[in-house]
Design a protein around this ligand. Structure first.
Ligand SMILES: Nc1nc2c(ncn2[C@@H]2O[C@H](COP(=O)(O)OP(=O)(O)OP(=O)(O)O)[C@@H](O)[C@H]2O)c(=O)[nH]1
Ligand SMILES: [Mg+2]
Length: 420
């Protein structure tokens, strides 16, 4: 680049034209300064856009009442000042969705156990559809918990506190009798036998989680517990699957219950159904939960740490009255009734058997059991990261063989190789 100037010193003097040609060094300086100016301009514009996106993404999320946003954003800018990169952005799902949410009951100290769990659910499924996630706790979630979960989850995240009356002893419970049970169960080394919070948890999951106002707007939920994992990709909208196929209760693993925790649950259920035979579905699945046409409970239940189900089922008159009846009988405290047998008995009796679904294709882990599809079509097709030899589905202590038999479902070709 050349610059030039004209001089008019004396009119009678011959006109001289001076052309100043900058030195090579100066040219480099000008080029460098211009480049620096343009780069800075681009970075400022890009940085600004980044903050805008970040804020709008965060603004979508609810209950973000922690004060570390500013620091998080300024860290991002600092990084941006040094390097430039284009971040991959998961496309927002614009298809038709179900009214559905994930729901997790957790304590603040479950945060670490939830990190890889939530990440696996997001990576395998939810980042594609961005469903909401509701966290419930008997005390307030702290800012660290909220901040971490909100960052991991693609949908709107909500945090709720459980009302006291849903997490305490009902007035009619005889405290001495309840304490006596806990003492006895401790002596008998029954797992969680002496725990009060565990009993509140089981009662809450049986009769109250679906009554929390944060769940009012939804039709389906997927229950997720800390320290669980999804092994396979889910490439379809599982909530729409439930709705489109008229399913009300979906499970992965079924198993036998420890009968010492529920000695009178079945008889209490029979008393209820004799009072309310109208609630028992004509096409029920009694043959899954009883081997003698209802005389006794065979202890088979869906492992409720994983559930994809209809909230309207729990809201139904049949289930509401059933829970009320059980709660009045006091077995959540005088024994140690779990939400898994309670949910499973209700689903088996009050639903049409065709409304219950076994998800054989997901791959799931809750210690100590895995569901790992032994069928290559599922395991390889869904990019499952698990070992089929670990699969619990067809083992003796599982109830899946029974479930497949009573419903006349086709088992995978090689299922007998995985019985032991
Ligand atoms: N807020 C709250 N959540 C709880 C409490 N106890 C259990 N939970 C939650 O309730 C769910 C079930 O509890 P777990 O301890 O996993 O019960 P479990 O699956 O029968 O037993 P594990 O085999 O130990 O996993 C989990 O999501 C826990 O985070 C509690 O006292 N408060
Ligand atoms: Mg658990």
């Amino acid at each position: 680049m050349a610059s030039h100037s004209q001089s008019h010193e004396k009119s009678d003097q011959p006109r001289t034209i001076t052309i100043t040609i900058p030195s090579t060094r100066k040219i480099y300086q000008i080029v460098a300064l211009t480049a620096l100016f343009i780069t800075t301009l681009v970075l400022v514009i890009k940085g600004g856009a980044h903050i805008g996106r970040k804020e709008s993404a965060l603004a979508r999320k609810q209950n973000m009442n922690y004060d570390s946003d500013a620091k998080y954003d300024s860290d991002a800018i600092k990084y941006k000042e040094q390097y430039s990169y284009v971040k991959y952005k998961v496309p927002e799902y614009t298809g038709k969705k179900a009214r559905a949410t994930f729901v997790t009951l957790a304590r603040n100290n479950d945060k670490n156990g939830l990190l890889s769990t939530v990440k696996s659910v997001e990576d395998r499924f939810n980042s594609k559809y961005q469903y909401d996630w509701v966290f419930l706790n008997d005390v307030e979630f702290n800012d660290d918990f909220k901040k971490t979960m909100t960052a991991l989850i693609s949908g709107t995240v909500k945090f709720g506190v459980i009302p006291k009356e849903h997490w305490s002893f009902p007035s009619w419970i005889d405290q001495d009798r309840a304490a006596e049970t806990r003492k006895k169960m401790k002596e008998e080394k029954i797992i969680y036998g002496d725990s009060i919070p565990y009993r509140h948890m089981c009662r809450f999951e049986s009769g109250f989680f679906w009554r929390h106002p944060l769940l009012d707007e939804y039709e389906y939920y997927w229950r997720v517990e800390p320290d669980t994992k999804l092994h396979c990709d889910i490439d379809y909208d599982i909530f729409r699957f439930m709705k489109d196929n008229k399913k009300k209760y979906g499970f992965t693993i079924s198993i036998k219950e420890f009968m010492k925790t529920i000695p009178t649950l079945w008889d209490t259920t029979l008393n209820f159904t004799s009072l309310h035979p109208e609630f028992v579905n004509k096409n029920n699945m009694l043959d899954f939960i009883s081997n003698d046409n209802g005389k006794t409970y065979n202890s088979c239940h869906f492992w409720s740490n994983f559930e994809i189900a209809s909230l309207d089922f729990w809201r139904s008159e049949a289930y509401t009255k059933y829970f009320e009846y059980l709660d009045n009988a006091g077995g959540f405290f005088y024994e140690r009734w779990g939400d898994a047998p309670v949910h499973s008995i209700a689903a088996s009796l009050f639903l049409d058997r065709n409304e219950i679904h076994h998800f054989a294709d997901l791959g799931y882990f809750h210690g100590p059991f895995h569901q790992c599809p032994i069928d290559d079509v599922f395991r390889l097709g869904n990019r499952c990261a698990c070992k089929p030899k670990d699969d619990f589905t067809w083992k003796g202590y599982s109830c899946n063989t029974k479930y497949y038999d009573v419903n006349k479902l086709k088992k995978p070709e090689n299922w007998e190789d995985y019985k032991k």
